[in-house]
Ligand binder design. Sequence first.
Ligand SMILES: [Mn+2]
Length: 226
Amino acid sequence: MTVRFHLAPYDAAARTGGPAQCQSGWRSALAGEFECETLAREHGPILPMLLARDVGRSLDARVVPITLGGDHSLSYFALREVTSRLGPVTVVHLDAHHDAYPAAVLNHYSVFSIASRHLPIRIAAAGYRHDCEPLPPVLLQRVSGPAYVSLDVDYFSPALVACVGDPIPVLPDRDCTLATFEQTLSMIDGPIVGADIVEWIGDDSGRQEIEFMSRVVRALVQRIGT
Ligand SMILES: [Mn+2]
């Protein structure tokens, strides 16, 4: 096994609650096929620290950690473990939002302004379309060297993934689909050393959306394994 999932039902750094309600959604999407460590939501404020510990253990075991959120602030804790062990990485960030608002505190919309200030990362983004110059659904340039994939599921068209806190319609001729996600993965030349899939309110999802997320997970695992 080359990957290990870390299920982190946490949304205390989100503007509205929701992404902590994801455990049954993720379990259905993983369909018992993949190794998954689940943290208890009741851990509350220390859950991000426990996630960091577990991600660190996976990295030490030479396993690629994939965090299943939970809100986007969790990416900071995973990235801190990844960069402290492996050095600089390119974060391939797929999201409808840039999540880099300047803020004094770490939360789900400031995560990449804080991470860029404190961690050795550079960001290669696709899919942004809210409160900024829109970006195409696929990376514009190839990524070399170690990469970390951070996928906020509101990257996808709300027609595909509706159970998110702040769905943003896709722009005409710029649909964000499984195909554009896979094309973005194919733009990564180096190894994927870690990943997260966040901001999914999976417990509210119906069968179709769960099956879609299952395909997203498989596409990511397949790319990591190659
Ligand atoms: Mn987002």
